[in-house]
Each structure stands twice: as structure tokens, then as C-alpha cells.
Design a protein around this ligand. Structure first.
Ligand code: ADP
Length: 639
């Protein structure tokens, strides 16, 4: 029979497995049992609606058979099985599997994972069998198929596939266990007690029985006629035992579950290599009875911010999986949450369509939303560092949640937001801002820009900082829209530092400003004329202190919003332009020079206008229209 070659990536992972120096070789059993359990899940799910399956819930099982003489360990399941194509696709290639993604994620994070990392931190599934076996045979018969197939491989040099006999639907995986070496006693994986303890350690909550025929011995019953000199006799016998407790983790009392157990479940189920930030384990009774075990991940999955990511929780009915990803249980703003909901109030064969409309589902979803929020607030209060990790991963999602559906969820989400504070020089909540606001401070101030360092240097923040007021520095794309959607926090309105009335003015100050505008009308007209359509207006600034110029915008589209629109859709840029206003500080030296030039040398005045306008663009982080011309202008003025 001709040997087929593994796909390149599979071959590499396989090499890793075979030559692994990884010390936790025992995890192969967990991986294979987990695959078996998934396969059983699939057939059990089918059996809910398809009588032809012919199996009851209680018939499903996973069987371990160690044979020390043949040196084999067999893991059998009566799950869905694999067709010939599936055997080739699933076991001949690893490209879809988690380990590759793990490597890519690590690479994206600028790290090179060691081989040990890959194996240890991430389940590599089926291939881990090669850590302990020098030959693996997979015999499988798929549900609905007449023929069975046998896949055999001794490792990296390929595999064979042939038709074979198998009565029952399902899969048998036979591992020929490697010979013992000085360092490694592979033979332990043929010992019943070792296997029993591994199942209890890693696979206890698998909700199908994992059975093994245990070889035991017991004392024989004392014969009725035994005399005083009777010596007890022993006999051997075999007995089937179920090794796992089968109680799903979420059905166990909270105080009996160890943190490691929660974390192990999370990593295995959701293919993460890091522990979650938080676990919410709850049990509710009343209008609807359910248990939930929810996780807040510590980082976003690679596809989280793409269309491919699908939110949802696994939905069980009394320990039986009825839907793998129930989207209706999670609102979009919490779509990063992973976990399980188990409720006896759903019938096993409820259809997806019916389910969506049940009152119970809505009740649970509403409760979970509250619980998730409460847990995030708890994290924010008790463990700010963890909360910041959360924020880094999912803050953008929360912000989108505030903006979504015309702000329908802003009340729910507003206290989860973090923004950078000018005062604290770190991320703060709006409640923290509000709590330390000065009595005379009318607004929650914000300033936008590309980085906190640049925002801090904007000329228009100076006056407000001088008053001792705190400013939120908004540096992420949706921030300004978020503030816009919120409008106010607990009745205190948000205010951009760019607004001309950002600081309340006395009547006297107002009159003063108007006078200055009046006096300099000719200068302003000159500026507007020189710049033409590039600005809507030139204005005597009421927001500058020592800076000479800045650029602001009138109307609903701010400069930052314009930048955002331009990035999102360059072709739309024109319809979404900000109405630019060039603000000039009448008390600055630069203005005095401009004033003098307007009076005496119009050509020079035009150059100054150009200079000031370009400087305003630079400070606002907007690309210059003609950087070369600007440089030449600066040089010519230096002469
Ligand atoms: P993963 O489980 O991460 O997808 P594996 O390498 O462990 O990766 O398995 C690859 C695929 O092979 C599984 O997704 C599943 O479709 C199939 N498979 C593995 N073991 C079994 C089994 N016992 N019964 C049916 N299908 C299986």
C-alpha cells in the first residue's frame, strides 16, 4: 500500500511530537478523550432528532483498553466517526488546528514560541499521540456510512489508509506504546491505575462515561466447612468501572471547584493558552432555573475584530449539549465572553428557531448581561491591573457598544469605560473624574489627538489645565464618537477643549474678546482671503493661552472625526469634511508680526498666513498639503 505524505505544517508538528522533550507527555490522553467526547457529542446531538441513530443517551461511552502484552492502549468511542475523506482531512493536515494559530498569534505579539510552549500551552490534539506511541492506528466508521477505514502511521514519513471491517459506528484509536528508555517509562500508560488517575486528573467532567475493564483481585468467601487452619484465598476478576465522575464542572457547587479546574476547562474548551481573567459561576432559580459558567478572556482571539468571529455560549439542557454557540445569550457588547449555560427548562429537541423565541432565553440573557457587568465592575474596583488587561483587549468593543443602536446601551456601559487622564496620567473611569471635579467646573473636558503626549501639548489644553481642571485625552479612533453618544455623564456634559465656550467667560471677558475681533477685522479678512476654501473662518481665539495658532472645527464634524471618516472610506472624505477654523491668539508675538505685515507688506503677510496655517495643521496632526513648499517658505523667511 502506498504511503501518503503529511502536509508540510503537519509534518513539522509531528516531528515536534515525536522528538518532544516535553515532560507532560501524559496530556495525550486528555487530548484523545476530548476528541472522542466531541465525536460522541455530535452523534448524541443527532440522536435527539434522528431516530435512525438507534442509541440512547445512556449508550454513549468512551472505553480505554490497555494491553500490556501487545503494548497497546486503545481509546474507543461510539461517536460520529470519520469517513475516508475526513480521516485524510483531519489527520493528514493540521493547518486548521489551534497550534498553528497559536504560533501566528505569538508571532504577531512579537514573540517566538519554543516548541515546548506550543505543545505545553496549547493542546495539539490528535498528534500528541505520537509523544507516547511509535505507531498509531485509527479505525473509524462514520455515521451513515457502510464502510470503515483504517488509518495507520508510524510518524513523520506518512500514513496509509485502507478499507476494513468495523461493526459499530465510531472510532478506535490504537496506540502502540513506545519502548521504555532510561529517562522515560512509557509503559506506565499501560497501567490501569495510572490511566485511572489521569482520567480523574484531566477528564473528570467529560459527561460521557469513560470506562475501563479493571482487573482486580478479592478474597474468596470463606467456605462453610472451613476449619481453624483455613487460610484466606484470593481470586482475580474483571469489572467495568466508570473512571470519571461525569458531573460537569458547572453543576458542581462553586466552593468545591478549584481555580485550576475552571482554568483547565476554559483552556481546553476555548483553545486559549492563557488563563481567563475572571470566571463567573452562578446558579439561579426562580422564573427560570439554570447554571452558568462564564469566562472573561485575557486577550482577544485573533479574529475577534473581524466578521469571522461568532459570539455565543454553549447551551446545555441538564448536562446535554443542545446548541454549541447560542448567540442570543450574549449581547454584542459582551460578545467576548465564553462559557456555558445549562438549563433544565429547555427541552432537548427544541429547534433553534423555537429557542430564540422562548421567554426563558431572554430572561437568562438579561441576567447574564447584568452579571457580566457586575463582574467587570468588581474587577475594575478590586484588581485594576487585570481590568486594564481586559480593557486593552476589549475596550474598543465596549466603546462600540456605547455607540451602537443610537446609544441604547450607554447607561449600562458608561461605568465600564476608561479614558486617559491629564491629571493622573493613567486610565480612569468617568466616576473617578466626576468625583474629583472642582465645585465650579461646569464640564467634563476632553481633547483628541493621536497620542496622549501630543494631546498634552495642544495649545488649546493649556488654559483648561491652568484652571486646575482635569482633561480626558482621547486617542483611540471611536473615542470622540463615544463621548458624543454619551453627551453627559451623570448630568455633567462633556466639552471639547476646542469649543470657544469651553471655559465660561465673564461679561467683561466677552466684551474684551469682541473688541479684539473688531480691532483686528482687517487681519482676519486678510487671512481668510489668503487661505480661501481651505478654512471656513479665521477667528480671534478664546481658547488659546500662550500658543499662537490652532485649528478647530465648527459644526458636527470635528477634525478627529474627519480623520476617522477619511481612514474608513477615502472616497467619502469630501462629504465628511470638518469646517476648519484657524484660531489666532491676538496676544502672541506672531500675531503682532502678522498685524504689522498686513499694514505694510502684503506679500510678507501672505507668507505669514501660510506659515501659521501649516503650523496649525502640524499641531492638529493633519498632513500638510505641500510639505516641500512649507519647508521652502520657512527657509526663505530665515534669510
Ligand atoms: P482539534 O481537536 O483541535 O480539531 P485534532 O488534531 O485533535 O484537532 O483533531 C482533528 C479533527 O479530527 C477533529 O476536529 C475531529 O474532526 C477529528 N477527530 C479526531 N478524533 C476523532 C474521533 N475520535 N472521532 C471523530 N472525529 C475525530
Amino acid at each position: 500500500m502506498e504511503k501518503q505524505q503529511f502536509k508540510a505544517e503537519s509534518k513539522r508538528v509531528l516531528d515536534l511530537m515525536i522528538n518532544s522533550i516535553y515532560t507532560h507527555k501524559e496530556i495525550f490522553l486528555r487530548e484523545l478523550i476530548s476528541n472522542a467526547s466531541d465525536a460522541v457529542d455530535k452523534l448524541a446531538y443527532k440522536s435527539l432528532t434522528d431516530e435512525k441513530v438507534g442509541l440512547n443517551r445512556s449508550d454513549f461511552q468512551i472505553v480505554l483498553t490497555p494491553d500490556p502484552v501487545a503494548r497497546t492502549l486503545t481509546i474507543s468511542d461510539n461517536g460520529i466517526g470519520m469517513t475516508k475523506e475526513e480521516l485524510e482531512e483531519n489527520l493528514g493536515t493540521i493547518a486548521r488546528s489551534g497550534s498553528l494559530q497559536f504560533k501566528q498569534d505569538m508571532a504577531a505579539a512579537g514573540e517566538t514560541p519554543s516548541d515546548v510552549d506550543i505543545i505545553g500551552q496549547f493542546g495539539v490534539g490528535f498528534y500528541s499521540a505520537f509523544m507516547v506511541a511509535d505507531e498509531v492506528t485509527v479505525t473509524s466508521k462514520a455515521y451513515g456510512s457502510d464502510t470503515a477505514w483504517r488509518w495507520t502511521s508510524e510518524g513523520a514519513d506518512g500514513y496509509t489508509l485502507e478499507a476494513c471491517e468495523k461493526d459499530q459506528v465510531g472510532t478506535d484509536i490504537v496506540l502502540h506504546i513506545k519502548a521504555d528508555t532510561e529517562e522515560e517509562k512509557y509503559g506506565e500508560f499501560l497501567e490501569q491505575y495510572r490511566l485511572d488517575s489521569l482520567v480523574k486528573k484531566y477528564s473528570d467532567y467529560i459527561h460521557y462515561p469513560i470506562k475501563m475493564l479493571m482487573h482486580k483481585s478479592r478474597q474468596k468467601e470463606r467456605p462453610a466447612d472451613a476449619g481453624d487452619d483455613y487460610k484466606p484465598e484470593w481470586e482475580d476478576y474483571d469489572q467495568w468501572e466508570t473512571l470519571n465522575s461525569m458531573v460537569p464542572l458547572w453543576q458542581r457547587p462553586k466552593k468545591e471547584v478549584k481555580p485550576e479546574e475552571y482554568n483547565a476547562f476554559y483552556k481546553e474548551q476555548y483553545g486559549d493558552w492563557e488563563d481567563p481573567l475572571s470566571v463567573i459561576h452562578m446558579s439561579a432559580e426562580g422564573q427560570v432555573t439554570y447554571q452558568a459558567m462564564l469566562y472573561i478572556p485575557g486577550h482577544a482571539p485573533y479574529d475577534f475584530y473581524t466578521r469571522d468571529y461568532q459570539k455565543g455560549l454553549q447551551l446545555y439542557s441538564s448536562g446535554v449539549l443542545i446548541m454549541d454557540r447560542c448567540a442570543d445569550l450574549l449581547p454584542d457588547h459582551f460578545r467576548f465572553v465564553k462559557g456555558v449555560v445549562d438549563s433544565q427548562d429547555f427541552s432537548l429537541n427544541i429547534s433553534r428557531e423555537m429557542l430564540q423565541h422562548t421567554r426563558q432565553l431572554k430572561l437568562i440573557a438579561n441576567n447574564l448581561e447584568k452579571k457580566i457587568k457586575a463582574d467587570l465592575l468588581r474587577l475594575q474596583k478590586d484588581d485594576r491591573e487585570k481590568y486594564e488587561t481586559f480593557w486593552k483587549a476589549f475596550g474598543v468593543q465596549i466603546k462600540y457598544g456605547v455607540m451602537a443602536e443610537y446609544g441604547a446601551h450607554k447607561e449600562l456601559l458608561k461605568d465600564l469605560l476608561l479614558f486617559w487622564s491629564s491629571k493622573e496620567e493613567k486610565l480612569i473611569t468617568l466616576a473617578e473624574y466626576k468625583a474629583r471635579m472642582a465645585a465650579d467646573q461646569p464640564y467634563i473636558y476632553f481633547a483628541c489627538g493621536d497620542s496622549t503626549a501630543n494631546v498634552a501639548k495642544l495649545p488649546q489644553v493649556e488654559r483648561i489645565l491652568d484652571k486646575g481642571y482635569e482633561i480626558l485625552y482621547l486617542t483611540e479612533e471611536p473615542d470622540e464618537f463615544v463621548v458624543d453618544a454619551l453627551g453627559a455623564y451623570e448630568e455633567t456634559p462633556f466639552k471639547s477643549v476646542n469649543d470657544k465656550d469651553a471655559l465660561p467667560e465673564s461679561e467683561e471677558e466677552k466684551a474684551q474678546a469682541e473688541k479684539k475681533t473688531e480691532e483686528n477685522k482687517d487681519v482676519l479678512d486678510f487671512v481668510k482671503e489668503a487661505l480661501g476654501d481651505r478654512i471656513k473662518e479665521a477667528r480671534i481665539s478664546r481658547i488659546l493661552k500662550s500658543g499662537a495658532v490652532c485649528l478647530t472645527a465648527d459644526g458636527p464634524v470635528s477634525l478627529e472625526m474627519e480623520k476617522y471618516f477619511r481612514r474608513m472610506d477615502p472616497s467619502q472624505a469630501n462629504s465628511m469634511s470638518a469646517q476648519r477654523v484657524l484660531e489666532l491668539n491676538p496676544d502672541s508675538g506672531a500675531f503682532a508680526a502678522l498685524r504689522a505685515a498686513v499694514d505694510s507688506d502684503k506679500e510678507k503677510a501672505a507668507q505669514y498666513v501660510n506659515l501659521l496655517y501649516n503650523q496649525a495643521l502640524i499641531i492638529a496632526g493633519i498632513p500638510l498639503e505641500d510639505p516641500a513648499a512649507y519647508t521652502e517658505l520657512v527657509c526663505s523667511l530665515m534669510k
